[in-house]
Design a binder for this molecule. Structure first.
Ligand code: CUA
Length: 324
């Protein structure tokens, strides 16, 4: 989050909290939570007051005191404690059903389509209308609905950006859908919310909401990536990238690297975070990751490249960080 704050100073990093709604969906859900909490507090208060009254009023005042008048089968009481819960549930069910249908309805023709794909343990984001594939950061314009199709590459994950909306599972072979809308520009932390293996807790991502103009600039930059190595060192890094077969797992659009196993690295240098938000995006952290990925994301399929010399690692990270 610190890295995100440094690299995108125009954007505020919001807390990862469902109690801090920053979009249409999250606000509807927060409203329902607040309303049901209010009803529950009312019931709780009524029960506590009645209980306290009965405890004091009918306590045993002495050993010889007779039992108070015994009441059994009171029609009035039976009616009251049947009718009150029914009324409360009806009051609660009306907005719940109404909001559920609003949230389950299609996002509409003007929605931006994004496919979020859960992998052990990182998030891929595809923009089918733009031909963009990226990872770790889900860019979206403010004030526009985003229809997120949820898929999984392996096991069940759960997509959750608490400030923008509730969680929904990514199930292998069974796409789910939800929509989100962000009111204001900002970085909203997200998190996998379904236990999915060893590094589940590290499976984070960021929803980056930006003005429509900024979003369009991002789309254009991603569609026309700069993949040219701009220094001799970066040139050497490209040679190493090819020599070690990195392109077998990773894609860099506009180059022969077309792997689909790991994250797409197009424009890597422009991202705020890498490795599902576990590391800052700089040559040092990236080198640390490539040297021993399992030390950062235990169980990752990314193999270690511990045999690279310091000079080779500097060259490789110079090439990767130069991708814009
Ligand atoms: Cu993916 Cu937990």
């Amino acid at each position: 989050m610190l890295a995100a704050a440094t690299l995108l100073p125009a954007c505020a990093v919001h807390p990862q909290s469902a109690l801090d709604p920053k979009g249409t969906v999250a606000r509807m859900e927060y409203g329902l939570m607040g309303f049901s909490l209010l009803i529950m507090l009312g019931v709780f208060a009524a029960v506590v007051i009645l209980l306290t009254f009965v405890l004091i009023r009918y306590r045993q005042r002495g050993a010889d005191q007779p039992l108070p008048k015994q009441v059994e089968g009171s029609h009035v009481l039976e009616l009251l404690w049947t009718a009150i819960p029914i009324i409360l549930l009806v009051v609660l069910v009306i907005p719940t059903i109404s909001d559920s249908f609003r949230l389950a309805a299609p996002a509409g023709a003007h929605a931006l389509r994004i496919t979020a794909i859960g992998h052990q343990w990182w998030w891929e984001f595809d923009y089918p209308d733009y031909g963009i594939v990226t990872a770790d950061e889900m860019h979206m314009p403010t004030g526009q609905r985003v229809e997120v199709t949820l898929e999984s590459a392996d096991v069940i994950h759960s997509f959750w950006v608490p400030s923008l909306g509730g969680k929904e599972e990514t199930v292998p072979g069974q796409p789910n859908a939800m929509w989100l809308e962000a009111d204001q520009a900002g970085i909203y932390p997200g998190q996998c919310a379904e236990f999915c293996g060893l590094s589940h807790s590290l499976m984070r991502f960021f929803a980056v909401a930006e003005s429509p103009a900024a979003f369009t600039r991002w789309v254009e930059a991603r569609r026309h990536p700069d993949t040219t190595p701009h220094s001799a060192m970066a040139q050497q890094g490209l040679a190493l990238f090819n020599q070690y077969g990195c392109g077998g797992c990773h894609a860099i659009d506009g180059t022969p690297a077309q792997g689909k196993v790991g994250p797409n690295l197009t424009g890597l240098g422009s991202r705020a975070v890498i490795v599902a938000g576990a590391l800052q995006n700089n040559a040092l952290d990236l080198g640390q990751w490539i040297h021993d990925p399992g030390a950062i994301i235990p169980g990752t399929v990314m193999p270690p490249f511990a045999g690279l010399t310091d000079a080779q690692m500097q060259a490789l990270t110079a090439y990767l960080e130069g991708l814009q």
